[in-house]
Design a protein around this ligand. Structure first.
Ligand SMILES: Nc1nc2c(ncn2[C@@H]2O[C@H](COP(=O)(O)OP(=O)(O)OP(=O)(O)O)[C@@H](O)[C@H]2O)c(=O)[nH]1
Ligand SMILES: [Mg+2]
Ligand SMILES: [Zn+2]
Length: 308
């Protein structure tokens, strides 16, 4: 039985019925009538207050929704702490420009990005070199979720302990395989055929958080799968602000000759020094310059459109 005033986390809500996780138990709850009248509608990931249902002994109602720290649009889920970006070492081919953009988008949304290079069994050298590229940018782990003799997910599990995390990555990188290991298969089959026929278009309709197995983590932890990379858009950041999203750069504040240096090749810029010292990966720096030009182009077009 639940103590009145307990808080819980909404795992999913379908047709006005919410599954709320509280101290290891999942309660099926409706909203208290007064909340319905106020038009409050909680979303997956919301922290809520539970009260005993005055009308039905032994069941609970949601009596309040606590303030949200953030809310993603797709999947629609609130209070996300971390985004776990999953790529494969070899196949499907990793798109590191996309990874850089997603890291920036996550940081701009106040969500910590974590990078997982899965399928390290396919190309261990590539996995290690990608992790090396990101070592001063984000937490990065090489894993082999599909390898029954050792998936190597332990460091990822420590990184998401106590957090609500979203898995993101292109189709076939191993997100469902990872989710199955973390949740004890609470959720669905992996693999192309079974997953697609079992799920169809059905499960993408509502966002569902899954508790991470209690034996794996110290604190309650939740995880949600997301189809593809669609969940984040690169925000409209000004080119000059771009370096503020590169921990390699902002953690090593240096002096550039020009106060308004863009770090894209001006004389006397300190960033190339970070590259030669091995603090910033040369590949990350090249992509930074490319992305800077993209943002400049975007800004120009915005100006053009406004004028025209
Ligand atoms: N070689 C190798 N294969 C893996 C690994 N992890 C997962 N796989 C396989 O890769 C395929 C795709 O894995 P899923 O977990 O379904 O990938 P997903 O990211 O959920 O894909 P979508 O649901 O389509 O977005 C499956 O056949 C897995 O068995 C791994 O570490 N190494
Ligand atoms: Mg999947
Ligand atoms: Zn500079």
């Amino acid at each position: 039985m639940m103590a009145a005033g307990n808080t819980g986390t909404i795992l999913k809500g379908v047709g006005g019925l919410y599954s709320v996780y509280s101290s290891g138990t999942v309660f099926e709850c409706r909203l208290r009538g007064s909340m319905r009248l106020e038009g409050i509608s909680p979303v997956t990931g919301d922290s809520v207050v539970l009260e005993n249902d005055p009308n039905t002994a032994g069941s609970a109602v949601i009596s309040a929704v606590l303030p949200r720290r953030n809310v993603l649009v797709r999947p629609r889920v609130a209070n996300i702490d971390k985004i776990v970006l999953v790529i494969a070492s070899l196949s499907p081919a990793p798109d590191l420009m996309l990874v850089d953009k997603l890291i920036i988008a996550a940081m701009a949304a106040g969500i910590r990005p974590v990078l997982v290079v899965n399928k390290a069994d396919q190309d261990g050298t590539a996995a290690a070199s990608i992790c090396a590229q990101y070592k001063n940018a984000v937490e990065c782990f090489a894993t082999k979720a599909g390898d029954s003799s050792g998936h190597g997910l332990e460091p990822l599990i420590s990184a998401i302990d106590g957090c609500t995390s979203v898995l993101a990555g292109q189709s076939g990188v191993g997100k469902s395989t990872i989710l199955n290991i973390l949740t004890g298969g609470a959720f669905m089959a992996t693999g192309d055929i079974s997953e697609k026929t079992l799920r169809g278009r059905h499960t993408t309709r509502h966002a569902e958080l899954f508790p991470v197995l209690g034996e794996l983590v110290k604190e309650p932890s939740f995880i949600i799968d997301s189809p593809g990379f669609s969940l984040l858009e690169l925000p409209g950041i000004a080119p000059r602000d771009l370096s503020g999203y590169y921990p390699e750069v902002y953690n090593h504040k240096g002096e550039c000759r020009f106060q308004d240096c863009s770090h894209t090749g001006e004389p006397g810029c300190f960033v190339p020094g970070l590259v030669s010292e091995g603090i910033m990966a040369a590949e990350r720096y090249e992509r930074y310059i490319k992305l800077y030009r993209e943002l400049e182009e975007r800004e120009k077009n915005k100006y053009k459109n406004r004028k025209g």
